[in-house]
Design a protein around this ligand. Structure first.
Ligand SMILES: NC(=O)c1ccc[n+]([C@@H]2O[C@H](COP(=O)([O-])OP(=O)(O)OC[C@H]3O[C@@H](n4cnc5c(N)ncnc54)[C@H](OP(=O)(O)O)[C@@H]3O)[C@@H](O)[C@H]2O)c1
Length: 295
C-alpha cells in the first residue's frame, strides 16, 4: 500500500464526533493509504475534558497494525486545576511533560509516540528545561521524534540555539497553521502561521524538519462554499478572492473539489497538511489528488 502526504486531524474525535463516526473516518483514511494521525492530549477540552481524541484513537489502533501508522500527539496545553502556570494549563515543565506523556501513552495504548510535540510555547518554563524533558522521552524510548507547534520565529530561533549549544535531541517536527491564503491579521494569538518569515527561518535553521500545516482548508469556511457566501473577515481580501477563483477554475478542470486542489497545492510545496472532516464522502473527495501518490 502506498502512503500519501496528508495527515488526519482528529480534534473532534470522541466529543463532537462519536466513536463510531471517528472509526469510520479512520478506516476510510487508512483504506486510502493514509498513515499519519494527529491528535493532542487536550482534544477536545472545549467540548469535554481533553483526552477523548487520544482515547478513541487508542481503541482503533488496538485493532489494526499499529506499525503502519505514525501517531503524532501534542502536550502542554491541557487545562488543569493545580498548576503554577498562570494560564491554567499543565505547561511544559519537566514534571508536567513526564506526567502528560504517561497519560498519552496510556490513552493511546502504545509504547512509543512517533511524533511528540510541545503544543504551544510555555513562556513560564525555561526552554532548556522543556527540551531536556522532551529529550528524556526520546532517550527512554517513549517518543521517537520531538518537535513544537505554534512557536514564534523568535522563540523557535532561541530554542534551536539552545539545542545546538547543549547538544540536545534535535527538533525534527514543526506544526503550524498554513493555507495558501494570507490573512489580513493574525487571527488567534495561540495559533502561529507558517508565513514567509517562518518559512525563511525554518529553511535556514531547521532544513531537515518535517513541517505539518494545520487548518489547511481554513475550517471549511472559504474554499467549497457557495460563491456568494460570506467569508471570514480575516481572509476577505481581493487577492484571496482572486486566488480562490483560480483554485475553483483549476478544480473544475480537474473534476475535483476546491479543497482537494488546495491540499494537493500544499503537499506540492513539501508540507504535510493536517486536515479533518466528519464525513466519509468528503474525506474521499478531499484526498482525491493525493491518495495513491507516493509519499
Ligand atoms: N497545532 C495546533 O495548534 C492545531 C490547531 C488546529 C488544528 N490542529 C490539527 O489540525 C486538524 C485539522 O484542523 P481543521 O479542522 O482546522 O482543518 P481544516 O481541514 O482546515 O478544516 C476542517 C473543517 O473543514 C470542513 N471541511 C472539510 N472539507 C470540506 C469541504 N470539502 N467542503 C466544506 N467543508 C469542508 C470540515 O467540516 P465537516 O466535518 O462538516 O466536513 C471541518 O470542520 C485538527 O483536527 C487538529 O488535529 C492543530
Amino acid at each position: 500500500m502506498q502512503t500519501h502526504p496528508v495527515c488526519l486531524g482528529t480534534a473532534a474525535f470522541g466529543t463532537a464526533m462519536s466513536k463510531a463516526e471517528s472509526f469510520g473516518i479512520l478506516d476510510q483514511y487508512a483504506t486510502m493509504g493514509g498513515r499519519c494521525i494527529d491528535t493532542a492530549n487536550n482534544y477536545a477540552f472545549w467540548r469535554g475534558q481533553g483526552g477523548e481524541s487520544e482515547a478513541v484513537i487508542g481503541e482503533w489502533l488496538a485493532n489494526v497494525d499499529r506499525a503502519h501508522f505514525t501517531v503524532m500527539t501534542k502536550i502542554g496545553s491541557q487545562p488543569v486545576e493545580q498548576t503554577p502556570d498562570p494560564r491554567g494549563l499543565e505547561g511544559l515543565s519537566s514534571q508536567a511533560i513526564h506526567r502528560a506523556v504517561d497519560k498519552s501513552l496510556e490513552r493511546l495504548g502504545i509504547d512509543q509516540i512517533d511524533l511528540l510535540l510541545a503544543h504551544h510555547d510555555d513562556p513560564h518554563t525555561p526552554l532548556l528545561e522543556t527540551w531536556e524533558a522532551l529529550g528524556e522521552q526520546v532517550a527512554q524510548g517513549r517518543a521517537a521524534k520531538i518537535g513544537v507547534s505554534n512557536y514564534s520565529t523568535q522563540r523557535l530561533a532561541e530554542l534551536v540555539q539552545i539545542v545546538d549549544d547543549h547538544q540536545l535531541v534535535p527538533l525534527d517536527v514543526l506544526q503550524l497553521q498554513y493555507s495558501p491564503l494570507v490573512p489580513v491579521a493574525q487571527t488567534d494569538a495561540m495559533l502561529v502561521r507558517f508565513d514567509t518569515s517562518m518559512r525563511d527561518l525554518v529553511a535556514q535553521i531547521l532544513p531537515q524538519a518535517i513541517v505539518f500545516a494545520y487548518s489547511p482548508l481554513l475550517g471549511g469556511r472559504v474554499f467549497d462554499i457557495p460563491e456568494d457566501a460570506d467569508w471570514p473577515s480575516a481572509y476577505d481580501t481581493e487577492a484571496n478572492r482572486e486566488q480562490v477563483a483560480y483554485f475553483r477554475r483549476q478544480a473544475q478542470t480537474m473534476g475535483v473539489s476546491v479543497s482537494a486542489f488546495v491540499l494537493k497545492t500544499i503537499a506540492d510545496e513539501g508540507l504535510h497538511p493536517i486536515t479533518a472532516t466528519s464525513k466519509v464522502d468528503r474525506l474521499v473527495e478531499n484526498l482525491a489528488l493525493v491518495a495513491g501518490a507516493a509519499g
